[in-house]
Design a protein around this ligand. Structure first.
Ligand SMILES: Cc1cc2nc3c(=O)[nH]c(=O)nc-3n(C[C@H](O)[C@H](O)[C@H](O)COP(=O)(O)OP(=O)(O)OC[C@H]3O[C@@H](n4cnc5c(N)ncnc54)[C@H](O)[C@@H]3O)c2cc1C
Length: 535
């Protein structure tokens, strides 16, 4: 039997971040991970002989600068580079939009002078509210408490601080905030712009990991969620980690180990041990038991509470609600090995646009139809895809002259209708994704020499992402901020004493941010110090 101060379930980037902070503060920490490698959904693997790529998450922006600095990720070898152009949106009529520093306005003016004139104001409106989100990212949101104890006092103070952040907003900004939290991205974009491509540019962010139409209420928040990041100090920009997303988690794992944490791979947790109403450790699949004063989980909360924690140890209402935690981002992920770069009809040949996030979804109507088609059939016949070719920025992924591309395909049903299984449809849908890109870049299909295909079911099997949910739970208003993962538990403390949430199912939600891991570590340390003070 092993003993430690903290056992962390799951070596996702948040588990690793939490481990690094706790070990650095002097606690004894063990991280137990089911897979062969640490990193969770942010890993780089060889998917075809001679071709490596990020397996799931593939692009960086949300990773918090404080986490990068505190864990000394740059000193530990992490290098993040900007894309030379941010996004490229080809349209079937041969037009396109190319965005990025110093180019978006001119490119948009070629489509609509009116929209180009409105662009800066729209960005400013989004940025102002993204700044509010940034102010909350590394803070526990106000938590709902019962009674008048010390916890209530602390939360009262926290609510005051939150109110103060919001009080800094003008009335107009507060109205924008309400819009962005409750409305559909489609409605908001239709009010401002006329060009399909610029609406698609922002609208795509509203459906990434969101199995919904861009006209669904609440989709504007998902758009905002993709805007609070930065790369090397530039707000709202997306970039690439040299070596793929695994470079981030390898640097995090190094930080955790060098601070003294132990990371155990191929060590799946079978159960959380409960002793006298407290989480007291974990039992592993291999029969080992690790006793710990604190247990932190970086798993999807529904996975944790319905499969690992004994039901009779949980309050009935909590268990009933967590069973209905909404999962299923409708994501289908592919990596392809390419013999050559694609050439797009809308912009033939090479150029900076091939370093961009290439969005194949030329209008909001296209995305709306894609969602409804997927709802009826399981996937859309005209799917919305973002393609990134990281080898245009990174020569560590494959041999010179060859390339790798990530295809991030939206609107694939978490579960197929009529009891069908993704096991029987995976390859057919992968072919469809490739032929969809080929329509915009003829010859693309012929350049594919290898592929890795992950349906929602595969994402669940490989990474424990229930329903393939990339965020560990939908980013809907009832699952955000003080309600993530549930009202009364937004402070990273679970319903069992000694059990904490340090993964994307906690505030501020999904994405490679490091924020839930950072915030949970702070709470665990606070509780640990309070325990020793009270003795
Ligand atoms: C296809 C896809 C694309 C994405 N693209 C991006 C992107 O480009 N940029 C971005 O910022 N975000 C992206 N995301 C979201 C982001 O990757 C996730 O939100 C984030 O990685 C989650 O990190 P985490 O540490 O909270 O959990 P995870 O990374 O999910 O880690 C949880 C870990 O727990 C382990 N585990 C599960 N069950 C057990 C068990 N019983 N015992 C022990 N260990 C267990 C898992 O194996 C896993 O390693 C993407 C996600 C996916 C799936």
């Amino acid at each position: 039997m092993n003993e430690t101060d903290v056992v962390i379930i799951g070596a996702g980037h948040n588990g690793l971040t939490c481990a690094a902070y706790l070990a650095d503060a002097g606690m004894r920490v063990k991280v137990v991970e089911r897979r062969k490698v640490a990193g969770g959904a942010a890993v780089t693997e060889e998917f075809h002989p001679g071709f490596r790529n990020s397996v799931a998450a593939y692009t960086v922006s949300l990773l918090n600068p404080k986490v990068i600095a505190d864990l000394k990720l740059t000193e530990r070898g992490l290098r993040i580079v900007e894309r030379r152009a941010q996004n490229f949106l080809p349209a079937p009529d041969g037009s396109h939009l190319l965005t990025g520093e110093g180019r978006t306005r001119a490119s948009l003016a070629g489509l609509s002078e009116r929209d180009a004139g409105r662009l800066d104001a729209f960005y400013a409106r989004l940025e102002e509210i993204a700044d509010v989100l940034r102010a909350f990212v590394l803070r526990a949101p106000p938590n709902v408490t019962e009674g008048f104890g010390a916890g209530a006092l602390r939360e009262g103070l926290n609510a005051l601080i939150a109110a103060n952040i919001l009080r800094g907003l003008s009335l107009q900004q507060q109205r924008s905030l309400l819009d962005l939290f409750t409305r559909s991205a489609g409605e908001m974009l239709d009010e401002v712009f006329e060009s399909d491509l610029v609406k698609a540019l922002f609208g795509f962010d509203a459906i990434v990991g969101n199995y919904a139409s861009p006209y669904a209420a609440g989709s504007a928040y998902v758009m905002l969620h993709h805007a609070f990041g930065e790369v090397n100090g530039k707000k709202g920009v997306w970039g690439h980690a040299i070596g793929g997303m695994g470079a981030i988690t390898q640097a995090m794992a190094r930080a955790a180990r060098e601070a003294g944490a132990e990371i155990m791979c191929e060590a799946g947790v079978r159960e959380v041990i409960v002793d006298r109403g407290r989480a007291a450790g974990v039992g592993l699949d291999n029969g080992t038991t690790i006793r710990a004063r604190y247990v932190a989980s970086c798993l999807n909360p529904k996975l944790l509470y319905t499969r690992l924690v004994p039901g009779d140890a949980l309050p009935g209402d909590f268990l009933a609600r967590i069973k209905h935690w909404r999962n299923g981002s409708g994501t289908f992920r592919m990596n392809v090995a390419l013999s050559s770069l694609p050439s797009f009809t809308a912009r033939p040949g090479g150029g900076d646009h091939l370093t961009a996030g290439i969005i194949i979804a030329p209008s909001l109507g296209y995305m709306d139809r894609a969602f409804h088609d997927a709802r009826n059939r399981g996937w859309s016949r005209e799917p919305a895809i973002e393609m990134l070719i990281p080898s245009t920025l990174d020569n560590t992924l494959c041999a010179p002259g060859q390339h790798v591309a990530s295809l991030f395909c939206q609107h694939a049903a978490p579960e197929l209708p009529d009891g069908r299984s993704w096991d029987d449809h995976r390859e057919e849908v992968a072919d469809l994704m490739i032929s969809t890109v080929d329509k915009y870049a003829p010859g693309f299909a012929a350049s594919v020499i290898g592929r890795q295909v992950l349906s929602p079911l595969d994402l669940e099997r490989q990474f424990g992402l229930l329903g393939g949910d990339i965020f560990h739970g939908a980013l809907t208003l009832n699952q955000l901020f003080s309600a993530r993962p549930m009202l009364g538990h937004a402070d990273y403390r679970g319903p069992l004493k000694g059990l904490y949430h340090c993964g994307s199912g906690a505030h501020p939600g999904g994405g490679v941010t490091g924020a839930p891991g950072h915030n949970a570590a702070r709470v665990i340390l606070r509780d640990h110090r309070a325990l020793f003070r009270s003795r």
